[in-house]
Design a protein around this ligand. Sequence first.
Ligand code: ADP
Ligand code: MG
Length: 324
Amino acid sequence: MKKTLCYYSLFLLLITVPVSIQAKWFESKQGIMGTNIQVELWSESAVTGEAAIEAIMSEMHRIDQLMSPYKPSSELSKLNAKAAIEPVTVSKELFDLISLAIELSKETQGAFDITFASVGFLYDYREHKKPKQNNINELLPAIDYRHIKLEEGNHSIFFGHENVKIDLGGIAKGHAVDNSIHILQQTGIKYALVTAGGDTRLLGNRLDKPWMVGIRDPRNKNKQAVVLPLADIALSTSGDYERYFEEDGKRYHHILSPKTGKSAFEVQSVSIIGPSSTLNDGLSTAVFVLGVQKGMDLLNRTPGYDGIILDNTRKLHYSNALVE
Ligand code: ADP
Ligand code: MG
């Protein structure tokens, strides 16, 4: 009897030890798409864990090659170079993301508009460069998502105005995060965090506790304005501190109002919580442009999506479902 028990224990040890020794959190941080990518995931095997991180990082590189406005070889750059002359056939992925961006423009009364780049390309936040008012006036008519003509049949895109440029900076990182989570789900990973800049999505919880996701104080990078316990959901933050410069006491930052071609100024940061990182990303940019009143109205009529706004007097506002 004793001997059997002993063999039995040995057997248990043999089958459990390899798993428990290797099961652990795998982590990686890399700079891709001009931003910080962070992955944390739980895997029972080192091979699977490391391969999953590798797969996510190469997905981030793939999307960068496809959608970067800075790489002349990207599909987006080729589209910008030619679509005002003739219709350009693009990949289904780019076509679908541009279609979704246009849907968001319609839902947000044009606050989210990827043609913002028609004026936006004149800014260089690193070089403290901004356009003169007459240049803005000249190019402002090109900002209008209705200039983008989509041909579903052959995935072709045509710009109905000669000065149109598009940029997916307000939505592409969320898309990359969603794709990464789908890759993890296919691999069988159950607990993970994937972040690209301000866009985070969580798979499951952090084993036996929630993930603690912070929204940073827009005016102090070492301080959190809010920390939220979250699981199985995504959160995106848009802030006026990511890319900006100051001149004559004014802040010039990377979220532009499509109406003026200038930085939106009503709020300092917007965080959106919802199931899709792509939509959170687009909505956080849109609500930033819309400001407190119109932004909250939009969130309160959008099922499944909630938000926290920090306005320019540093007051916090929560959408209805977060305070009910
Ligand atoms: P980030 O994580 O880079 O801060 P955000 O989600 O806050 O991204 O979006 C900011 C980016 O969105 C800008 O860098 C620009 O590429 C793009 N953008 C700026 N204004 C608009 C707008 N009105 N509509 C759509 N995209 C915009
Ligand atoms: Mg965004």
